[in-house]
Design a protein around this ligand. Sequence first.
Ligand code: ADP
Ligand code: ZN
Ligand code: ZN
Length: 661
Amino acid sequence: MKQIEVLLPTAAPHGFDYLDGGLSLGAGDIVTVPFGRGKSMGVVWGAGVAELPASKLKPVAMHHSQYPHLSDEFRAFIDWAAWYNCAPKGAMLKMVLPIAEVGEEVKSRVKIETEVDIARFNLAPLSDIQRQGADALEEKLGKGFSVTLLDGVTGSGKTEVYYDTIAKMLAIEPDAQVLVLLPEIGLSVQSLSRFEKRFGTKPLVWNSEVTPAKKRASWQAISTGAARVVVGARSALFLPYKKLSLIIVDEEHDQSYKQEDGVIYHARDMAVARARFEKLPVVLVSATPSLESHYNARQGKYAEVSLPARHGAAELPDIHMLDMRKVLVERGNFLSQPLREKIAQTLASGHQVMLFLNRRGYAPLMLCRACGHRFQCADCSSWLVLHKSKPRLECHHCGYMQPVPKTCPSCLSEDNFAPCGPGVERIGDEVAEFLPQARVAVMASDSTENFKSLEETIVSMSERKIDILIGTQMVAKGHHFAGLAMVGVVDADLGLAGGDLRAAERTYQLLHQLSGRAGREHIAGSVYLQSYLPEHPVMQALLSGDRDAFMTAELTARQNAHMPPFSRLAAIIIDGAKEDEVVRTAKELSAAAHRNPSSAVHILGPTPAPLFMLRGKFRYRLLVQAEKNINLPEFLQGWLGAVSHPSSVRVRADIDPQSFL
Ligand code: ADP
Ligand code: ZN
Ligand code: ZN
């Protein structure tokens, strides 16, 4: 019997040795092995390495021969992704085998329909410019690794163009599989029914919503190749496709591609890496590409397909700035007089309005009028947000909730609280007050408990049963409402506060995407931005529509500051329940780095994190800024591995950080 290494979906950085049990197993085979007191699914990773007598090793319990083995290229990708993200290989495998806890034979009664019938495709006839783009993408199919940025204004038909590419791929190879990654919230009924209309069948959907039984059935369909098109959130990227042939990353700039818990990774970057290992074409799609992708396209590293105009007669909306220092805003209100007039006019002409404010709840802070006491989360450095519809105070960081109290805990005065600032619920109240006849809906939660009601709201909006939709960031994304003529942004400056590396870029992306919801068909669209900073380059870029000039200015600023994409960053986050231990670990890490100084790597910090306390843990951060030619994962592993710390302190590396909280 041979000794083999089996990688298990655990937090271990390596596999465990077993005997092959006479099953003549090869690398990549999916097996079940005895583990601890039970069993676990795992993957044969290679020859055994441990110097143990055979009598100490257990044999593999079974080989799941119904699943194809994981290819060398895919396993190499997993090894690389673990290395690059400084994550244990076992944790990476957990994403490949999310059904592993089942252990034994995977059985499921859930039926997945996954037939693809080319005769039932009903694709849009493309315009000349769209056709050119689609032809350029078709060129890439079946020719190995390539990255193409499909960059087109909102409503230009990017989706129709990549649908064409998917159809071509499915037609060229009868067993090809296509993966379409969407931001979690983009997996709406709207986008799926659109897919169904064009392809005559539903795609297989993979996201955090699916039930365990469905997950199992889906995993089977993916690994055996039965599922030809998978539309999924970021976790769909790590599944063991039998014959992955094309990856599309829609809304590639979207922040939600960055996974911040567990294994920290960026799904867009991992998609490009997977494509490189498995020699596939990948298409990154956006109306507002990330600065990184834009730069790569400019440098010629990525091919580029552009769709400069909206499809058909639809025009891009007019953008207007409302300078909040000059316009009239009634005391206690948040919507200025001119914005109110525009809303009323739009409704009078029979069209719909969308109002945007990136704040859930009624008010971001509640305080006591008598003594000034502010309600704060006991476990996080954050205010409790007042929700009126529920009603309660909530921490948006840890989920803590409490009823709205009668008395102030500090001065005991009764019912004497002031909500400070607006959230979407408060805007809803304001609108209802000045337009009592309007049908108003507030779409505020991004929590999964309300997934159904969100979808219902979207459907009602599409069917024009809502006049004014008020929402947070989720309304910005991908929706197509034919009757929507006007978008109003309550606080256009909100995202610029805090000033992280990408604040301007993100604010531009968000406001631009949001503007893109207006006037998508026959009605002319308009957008009103309430801002105290109308001269800010972001606002100016939105007004002028000159995105590329803005991107050039941002790139120059990044170059001057020696920030990505001109250098590489990694954040080290140190947290624990005891502040002194956290501080000591942070200081020791910093001291260890300074013992071997390098001109190519700068360590900044440690500093208390802006979100100093989260879920009862104290948090400190270090920032690593490295030259691009540095082997950053190797540096980090050497450095972090050399400093020991109490087990109650956690040290995590966040490669290419997106959040600096
Ligand atoms: P984008 O993805 O660039 O925002 P979409 O693909 O959603 O653009 O297209 C915007 C709207 O125009 C959609 O309703 C889409 O169905 C329609 N559309 C785009 N191209 C075509 C086409 N060639 N034929 C018919 N409708 C189209
Ligand atoms: Zn909290
Ligand atoms: Zn008080």
